[in-house]
Design a protein around this ligand. Structure first.
Ligand code: SF4
Length: 463
């Protein structure tokens, strides 16, 4: 039986896609192994920045050099055309290490491409599982979920917004939404299998429609997913949202949800209207502030995270200052801040005459970071001494029979604490004892520690 490994770069969307790719590989009769033992290495790529692409190229080169017989299949945001060297003109094939490329929506069709490369493997018994390679077919692949408690469910693909710095509308294509009945069925199955947290995924989740017809109805979808609270769902999250479609009905729905998390991630990208226009973001700072004011009025406990690009071409010192003032007024709880780097084939990459020197961009990045930290740390300090619900994501041995567990509160704060065993997938109460920067350390209250104590060791009976 041939084997495979998947390396995923980029966002949660890519990680979710990889779970569907893994399922297809199993259906095709491949076995999952470590990367350095794989006959087939699937690289799920991100192209949000040039650096992300360079990382993927570096990874593929390293593995092909170490083992010239390994087949490398590339997918994700860097791929525009499905095929291999003989059938595709995708420029990716100018890179020697790539053997196969497939668009993520062609995942179900991908094992067909492997036939020529794995001639000893009999694919004939798997034909039925492959499907026709349509987007519906892709969505209908049941993901091979790694962490059953925290799951990701794609609700749409692609983007119609065309921000000037972004390649996604060209690589992922235009927006396509999944029928609501399919999304809800996948959520139901996952919750019945133990999911406590569902993250709804898409490039623009709040422009979701029920399939391809009708009005935008993200609010309705949220309320329908929320009904799974009765079956054990505790948290509903979503990413990414866009300010343009963050309508009042979405805010109202959120405020009425039992599974709501008091955390909103709403990318704004900049604090200057002129820069937003240059980015083609289609909203103003006033509109963004208005949305946040409504969210905070309806749900005062909400923490706020955003995405920012510092040093966009032509960003003046005055515009940068507007960005800092904006963050200072808004009191962000977190910012995923990136220094602008041109992404090939985007309009922003052609604004060369307005590029800003790297030293200046770095200096602005650090100045902006200080503004964010000031408020983010102060806000977290308020939580010290309080009890929080933590959904555990990671765990590692810490010696003396203890485990260092880590997870997130409903506000999306990261918390580390010791326990007598690995608690991955459990939602536990933790007292937040100390805050260091963005991260808390805590302890489990006695009653909770008792509830999750290490299982008694099995006695070995001598016979
Ligand atoms: S909204 Fe803009 S940044 Fe987000 S995926 Fe679409 S084009 Fe890219």
């Amino acid at each position: 039986m041939p084997n495979y490994a998947i390396r995923t770069f980029g966002c949660q969307m890519n990680h979710s896609d990889s779970e569907r790719v893994a399922r297809m590989m199993e259906k095709a009769g491949f076995k999952a192994v470590e990367e350095d033992q794989a006959d087939l290495l699937i690289v799920n790529t991100c192209s949000v920045r040039q650096k992300a692409e360079d990382k993927a190229y570096g990874f593929m080169t390293k593995h092909k050099r170490a083992n010239k017989d390994v087949k490398i299949a590339i997918t994700g945001c860097m791929v525009r055309q499905t095929g291999d060297r003989e059938t595709s003109r995708d420029p990716l094939f100018s890179f020697d290490s790539v053997d196969i490329a497939f668009r993520i929506e062609d995942t179900a069709r991908m094992p067909k491409l492997l036939e020529r490369h794995f001639t000893d493997h009999d694919f004939s018994g798997f034909e039925e599982a492959f499907g026709d390679g349509s987007i519906e077919n892709y969505f209908n692949i049941v993901p091979k979920v790694e962490n059953k408690a925290q799951v990701f469910v794609p609700i749409m693909q692609g983007c119609d917004k065309f921000c000037t710095y972004c390649i996604v509308p060209f690589t992922r294509g235009r927006e396509i939404s999944r029928p609501m009945a399919d999304v809800l069925e996948e959520c139901r199955v996952l919750v019945e299998a133990g999911a406590k947290e569902i993250t709804l995924l898409g490039q623009n989740v709040n422009s979701y429609k029920d399939g391809e017809k009708g009005e935008k109805c993200f609010a309705k979808l949220l309320l329908e997913v929320d009904k799974l609270y009765e079956k054990g769902l505790s948290r509903t999250r979503f990413t990414s949202a866009h300010p343009q479609d963050f309508t009042d009905d979405v805010i109202e729905a959120l405020a009425n949800m039992k599974t709501r998390c008091p955390y909103i991630h709403l990318p704004v990208q900049h604090g200057s209207n002129q820069t937003l226009r240059a980015m083609n973001r289609n909203y103003t700072i006033e509109k963004y502030n208005d949305i946040i004011a409504k969210i905070r009025k309806a749900m005062p406990d909400t923490t706020l995270a955003t995405d920012i690009i510092v040093g966009f071409p032509g960003e003046t010192e005055a515009q940068f200052q507007e960005l800092c003032d904006f963050a200072d007024t808004l009191k962000l709880d977190f910012s995923y801040t990136a220094i602008f780097s041109p992404r090939r084939h985007t309009p922003a990459a052609r604004m060369e005459k307005d590029f800003i020197e790297m030293d200046e961009k770095k200096s602005r990045f650090h100045r902006f970071d200080e503004v964010v930290k000031k408020h983010a740390f102060a806000r977290r300090a308020v939580f010290v001494g309080k009890e929080a619900e933590v959904l555990v994501e990671k765990s590692e041995p810490a010696g003396n029979g203890l485990y260092r567990n880590a997870g997130r509160t409903r506000e999306f704060f990261e918390v580390w604490f010791l326990a007598g065993r690995s608690l991955i997938g459990k939602e536990v109460k933790v007292t937040l004892e100390e805050q260091k920067g963005y991260v808390f350390s805590g302890t489990m209250p006695e009653v909770e520690a008792e509830r999750f104590k290490a299982p008694a060791k099995l006695k070995v009976l001598s016979v």
